[in-house]
Design a protein around this ligand. Structure first.
Ligand code: ADP
Ligand code: ZN
Ligand code: ZN
Length: 714
């Protein structure tokens, strides 16, 4: 064995959290026999602890800062892996910097698991070869479809998109049913037609419905293969589609948020559909916003990007108002369909049946009598939100979370067929929606032994049951996340509704997205008040968007349609804007409020979250973190200026708020707290975070912590 010091080092990105390590790349030596083949961008197998990992070589170096005796060698090279384009590394670098994470933490999870698993020592064939062989582009449904002729507003929007040269962000604000999808499809078609190697990326929020969209898109692009990327794909399919996209074999890529990190070498245009949707923000690991990264990618690569929504996020709306994004408006529905009329029903002092006011019940009956469909919307899944003992006040609290366990009915009772009348408690379970813990329903109150436990309130299942009693013989179908858990089930409900096999649709906001039900003329929003007085400043924005989207399901045809909103606060201004279909008025009003109190998009925020077995520990860590931050701040102040004076002069641009328990402080047995950091501009905030992170690591705590840049839930 030669003991010569290796003269080449590979700096490798690995999926290792940097929160506590501090390093973002790891040095390995490259043996002479590998040296010729290993380059920046190579996929390598390296030792990590006692195991092996796949990593990406980011750069080669002559020297390493690490003690040579501790540097371990690159074990192998994955020779038939694709070369990842520099544009992708650029995006990943940006994301790692911006979200203050390691390069590998961003890069590696973006690669399908099968392709980043070290090959078994004597594996036959490579995962890449298998993935190449397996790729079957999204199949179209039926024959190639002929695009409709665009109307004037669609044409204008398309022309603006087509005229884009280089980087530009467009905000396509079109009311529900105004034909946004057609505008994107025409645009992407034209972009692909200009050059035979180009690729386009279409980001969508919801996985449950991507197959349908993929089929629709495939029918419109019969000459191009369409790849689909979302987290619900089988591992083999995900690897196959990803590799086809990376190798340019797929020209159209449709995917959920993770698709923004797919390396697309010939990308020429990006669309982010329903850009306001919260699912674009990853809520674990690296908490990136796929919408924001899509804009960064477009900017880095000099491409046009279109964000579309009937209810844009306030961030995007603000950027459009400021002229940073170009606003394209589709103010009318396609084919002259009218927007539904919105009525508010004051629930105060009313007697409800199955959560429905008499007017709502009557309206459903009328719609059904005319052979039309009704949609009943409630944003709570399960049977009932809580089980209670009326004798002693026991409630079905989750032992692990500060939340109630929700009563769920088991099995998939056929919609409307048989009401669940004489069923024992064993047909139900208590489930925590936050930690997933489940338990059987107790036969008697655990505290006092009372056997008569009551289900309080209603979720989708109980509403479905109640509607079956109110409208016997009618066909009722439910759509929520529980239904969608069975692969293909969401699609079956949607298809049945389209085929006219459903009279009443009951569901959560899963129903709000993009479906076009021709015979639907009535929408009833059962309980709309959730977002009006929440502690989260984004709650009204979300509530408005959801109601507007749900309401937008009605009246796609030319027959008149109604939306009924049941509320205890009928005079709340939000409902006024909703009734006038006035998104702009609502959004401008929200922006004015946020300006006044200093909230995003006028401020930039980062959230330090901490979790520990005891709340006091989490809070103590955050208090130390805050102190460390203030020390950095003080050091950065101009000499001789007392802090109070500096504050008065307004030149202290970072604000560290008090550590507080999170609004749901206990989750899965751990207590959680947070510390909000704010600044009026982005750059000083990020400079501060750069300095703060090493100080946080130096605290050396057993508390688990992470940073969330641009948090969307506070
Ligand atoms: P949005 O996404 O804005 O809610 P869609 O793009 O889904 O609206 O369009 C609504 C419906 O109108 C779809 O069935 C679509 O095929 C149809 N449509 C869109 N544009 C046209 C058009 N120019 N002519 C005829 N039908 C159209
Ligand atoms: Zn009791
Ligand atoms: Zn729980």
């Amino acid at each position: 064995m030669s003991t010569a010091v290796p003269d080449r080092f590979a700096r490798v990105a690995l999926d290792v959290p940097i929160a506590h390590v501090g390093a973002t790349l790891f040095d390995y030596s490259v043996a002479p026999e590998l040296a010729a083949a290993v380059a920046a961008g190579s996929w390598v197998v390296v030792p990590w602890g006692r195991g092996r990992r796949v990593g990406l070589v980011v750069e080669l170096a002559e020297r390493s800062g690490i003690d040579p005796s501790r540097v371990r060698p690159v074990l192998d090279l994955l020779a038939d892996a694709p070369v990842l384009p520099p544009s992708w590394f650029e995006l990943v670098h940006f994301a790692a910097d911006y979200y203050h994470r390691g390069l590998g933490e961003v890069a590696m999870p973006a690669i399908p698991r099968l392709l980043r698993t070290p090959p078994a020592p004597r594996a036959r064939g490579s995962a890449f070869a298998r993935a190449r062989g397996r790729f079957a582009p999204a199949a179209r449904e039926g024959p190639a479809s002929v695009p409709p002729l665009l109307n004037g507003a669609q044409r204008d929007a398309l022309d603006a998109l087509l005229a884009a040269d280089g980087f530009a962000v467009f905000l396509l604000h079109g009311i529900t049913g105004s034909g946004k999808t057609e505008v994107y499809l025409h645009w992407l078609h034209a972009v692909l037609a200009r050059d035979a190697t180009r690729q386009v990326l279409l980001l969508v929020p919801e996985i449950a419905l991507t197959p349908q969209l993929a089929a629709q898109v495939a029918a419109r692009f019969p000459d191009h293969s369409v790849a689909v990327l979302h987290s619900d794909l089988a591992d083999g399919d995900r690897a196959a589609h990803w590799l086809a996209a990376v190798e340019g074999r797929a020209r159209v890529v449709i995917g959920t948020r993770l698709a923004v990190l797919a390396p697309l070498p010939a990308l020429a245009a990006i669309v982010v559909d329903e850009e306001h949707d919260a699912s674009y923000k990853q809520q674990e690991g690296v908490r990136y916003s796929a919408r924001d990264l899509a804009i960064v990618a477009a900017s880095q690569r000099g491409l046009p990007i279109a964000l579309g929504s009937a209810t844009p996020s306030l961030e995007s709306w603000f950027a459009a108002r400021r002229g940073r994004y170009r606003l394209l408006a589709l103010p009318e529905r396609v084919g002259g369909a009218r927007l539904p009329a919105l009525e508010r029903i004051d629930l105060r002092g009313r007697k409800l049946r199955c959560e429905l006011a008499p007017e709502s019940i009557e309206a459903i009956g009328e719609a059904l009598a005319r052979g039309e469909q009704a949609l009943v919307f409630i944003n709570r899944r399960g049977y009932a939100p809580v089980l209670a003992c009326e004798n002693c006040g026991w409630l079905s609290r989750c032992s692990e979370c500060s939340a109630y366990r929700v009563l769920h009915r088991l099995g998939t009772a056929r919609a409307g067929a048989h009401a669940v009348a004489s069923s024992g408690p064993s047909r139900y379970r208590l489930v925590c929606h936050h930690c997933g813990a489940e338990q059987p329903v107790p036969r008697a109150c655990p505290d006092c032994g009372n056997v008569d436990l009551k289900a309080l309130g209603r979720g989708t299942q109980r509403l479905e049951e109640g509607l079956a009693e109110l409208f016997p013989g009618r066909r009722i179908a439910r759509l929520d996340r529980d239904v969608a858990r069975t692969r293909g089930a969401a699609q079956r409900v949607i298809d049945a509704a389209h085929a006219g096999e459903v009279d009443i649709l009951v569901g959560t906001q899963m129903l709000a997205k993009g479906h076009d039900f021709r015979r639907l003329t009535l929408v009833v929003a059962v309980d709309s008040d959730g977002g009006l007085f929440s502690s989260d400043f984004r709650a009204p924005e979300r509530m408005f968007a959801t109601l507007m989207q749900v309401a937008g399901r009605a009246g796609r045809d030319t027959s008149p349609s109604r939306v009924i909103v049941q509320t205890r606060f009928p005079d709340h201004p939000l409902f006024g804007f909703l009734a006038r279909h006035d998104y702009a008025g609502f959004a401008d009003g929200q922006l004015a409020e946020r300006l006044e109190v200093g909230l995003p998009p006028y401020r930039f925020q980062a959230l330090l979250r901490a979790e520990a077995p005891a709340l006091a520990e989490a809070l103590a860590f955050l208090a130390q973190a805050r102190q460390a931050g203030e020390a950095l701040q003080a050091a950065a102040q101009p000499q001789g200026l007392a802090r109070a004076e500096a504050d008065a002069l307004g030149d202290r641009s970072i604000l560290l708020l008090d550590p507080v328990p999170m609004s749901m402080s206990r989750l899965a047995g751990r207590e959680r707290a947070q510390l909000l950091v704010e600044s009026t501009s982005r750059r000083p905030l990020h400079r501060f975070l750069d300095d703060w992170l090493p100080a946080l690591r130096a605290i050396g705590t057993s508390v688990r912590w992470q940073l969330d840049v641009d948090p969307i839930e506070i």
